[in-house]
Design a protein around this ligand. Structure first.
Ligand code: AMP
Ligand code: MG
Length: 471
């Protein structure tokens, strides 16, 4: 691995130097060969034992300067001035042949100066969960951090009960968050704030450096990426569950899959996370929360000279930016080739039908695709007739419309009951369900007869209604 350490080259206030734990029995549970190839790691010819040693943090990698990043954040609306990587170590950055820079971060590799009361470790559950959910997200075409490896440590981690320990390797365009900006803003450390903003611009939005107001341009890019990201989440029925500002990336990638869930039956007010008691992060609230989080970023940019009026104008444009992305994603899901603003009515009508009847979000789109040339409205009621009229005058055959819809509506999503089954069986030493899920989810739009069970919605008694931030 050819590590660069640009973040570690920033001033000391940005991070703490750490050394990941040596673990008793590192064992490779999952390795993402496709991603390794993209990163240019595959040619190095390591065997599994070596990969397990490196990606458990047991063996130091040449050229790596492990650090834990400092950040703050608004959690459920309340400001916490110091969070930071309490169980994560950034090994360094890899720059691909195409010139893209990626963070390689171990999660669960031991205590850091930001651990507070925590043990800095992770048990197997959250590691496999993030692996499945984040890779599924990637294959659904949504910006996200990715999973390179999952390694068992051979240690026992104590939560409510003794559990097997594990380390997750996360790959991200960067780990810069809104909370990183808030960390320095809170301390009135204007110089560090400027250094951070310039670093973020150079790394993610170099084109704004030459604009008249680079920090406003930067804010506009971040707002645009977040608008696009949340539109994606809404279009696939994803509920992040903990949209705190420390989990809001500057790159526009999905990060932190703690209590995240993909919906089964559609509900606008759906909440999974056990700690989200007031539904702050409910499905339908996600766009408004993203805008709220962006406002927290805007406040920090005031301190480095960005004009208030200009920041406010960008912030006010968020609903329109979001709406445009949402429409562009939802139109094709309903078989509309040239979606118009007036189509938001039919989209809302469809969702209301799903909500009123508690229908499965994912599979209902697939079912609708099979009804393009049906002659009755027996499945989806009056909506169906109206929808068929709207799709009919597009100069496409029913078969074309149906195929078009199936190319954008997944058959496979990471069903919560399956994720829990994968974890329960992995704890017993059986990775079959975990591996099968990853295989199915790598081609979410394709019929895969051998794996068709994983496409099924849970039966009522199988439904998972609560998720936990398990660390
Ligand atoms: P999260 O809920 O993953 O966004 O984490 C919130 C904060 O809690 C971050 O500062 C984490 O680093 C910290 N944290 C979570 N779990 C642990 C743990 N097991 N040990 C130490 N710090 C933790
Ligand atoms: Mg987090």
């Amino acid at each position: 691995m050819n590590f660069e350490n640009s973040y570690a080259a920033l001033p000391k206030a940005f991070y703490a130097t750490v050394s990941p734990n040596e673990v008793p029995a590192p064992a490779l549970l999952a390795w993402n060969q496709e991603l390794a190839l993209e990163l240019g790691l595959a040619a190095s010819g390591y065997d599994e034992a070596q990969l397990a040693s490196v990606f458990s943090g047991s063996v130091a990698v040449e050229g790596s300067q492990p650090i834990s990043m400092a950040y703050a954040g608004h959690q459920f609306g309340y400001f916490v001035p110091q969070l930071g990587d309490g169980r994560a170590a950034l090994l360094g950055e890899i720059v691909t042949d195409a010139g893209n820079r990626f963070d390689i971060q171990l999660k669960g590799s031991g205590r850091t100066p930001f651990s507070r009361g925590g043990d800095g470790k992770s048990w197997l559950g959250p590691v496999l969960r993030e692996y499945i959910l984040s890779e599924a997200m990637h294959h659904l075409g949504v910006p996200t951090t990715r999973a390179l490896a999952a390694v068992g440590t051979g240690e026992t981690v104590y939560r409510e009960s003794p559990l097997p320990g594990a380390v997750f390797t996360r790959v991200a365009a960067s780990h810069l968050r809104v909370g990183t900006f808030e960390y320095f803003a809170e301390q009135n450390d204007v110089e560090s704030l400027r250094t951070l903003a310039d670093y973020a611009i150079a790394r993610h939005y170099p084109e704004v450096a030459d604009e008249k107001s680079p920090y406003v341009g930067f804010f506009r890019r971040v707002a645009e990426r977040q608008a696009e990201l949340i539109a994606h989440w809404m279009s696939i029925g994803f509920i992040h569950g903990v949209m705190n500002t420390d989990n809001t990336t500057i790159s526009g990638e999905t990060i932190d899959y703690g209590p995240a869930a993909y919906m089964d039956e559609f509900r606008y007010d759906k909440v999974f996370s056990s700690i989200d008691t007031h539904g702050r992060y409910a499905y339908a609230n996600q766009p408004a929360i993203a805008q709220w989080n962006l406002a927290r970023l805007a406040v920090t940019l005031l301190a480095i000279g960005a004009e208030k009026d200009e920041l406010e104008a960008v912030l006010a444009s968020f609903p329109d930016r979001y709406g445009a992305h949402y429409l562009a994603l939802m139109g094709p899901k309903l078989g509309l080739y040239d979606v118009q603003e007036t189509d938001s009515g039919i989209i809302a009508e469809w969702l209301k039908y799903l909500d009123d009847n508690g229908l499965d979000y994912t599979l209902s789109f697939r079912e609708l695709a099979s009804r393009v040339d049906a002659i009755d409205d027996s499945r989806f009621g009056p909506f169906e007739t109206k929808w068929r009229q709207r799709t009919a005058d597009q100069g496409k055959t029913p078969a074309e419309i149906s195929a078009f819809m199936n190319s954008v509506n997944p058959l496979f999503i990471p069903r919560n009951h399956r994720v829990e089954q994968a974890i329960a069986e992995a704890v017993e030493g059986d990775l079959t369900v975990f591996n099968d899920m990853n295989t199915a989810l790598a081609k979410p739009y394709a019929e895969q007869p051998d794996l068709s069970d994983y496409a099924k919605a849970p039966r009522v008694r199988e439904r998972v209604t609560r998720t936990f931030c398990g660390t």
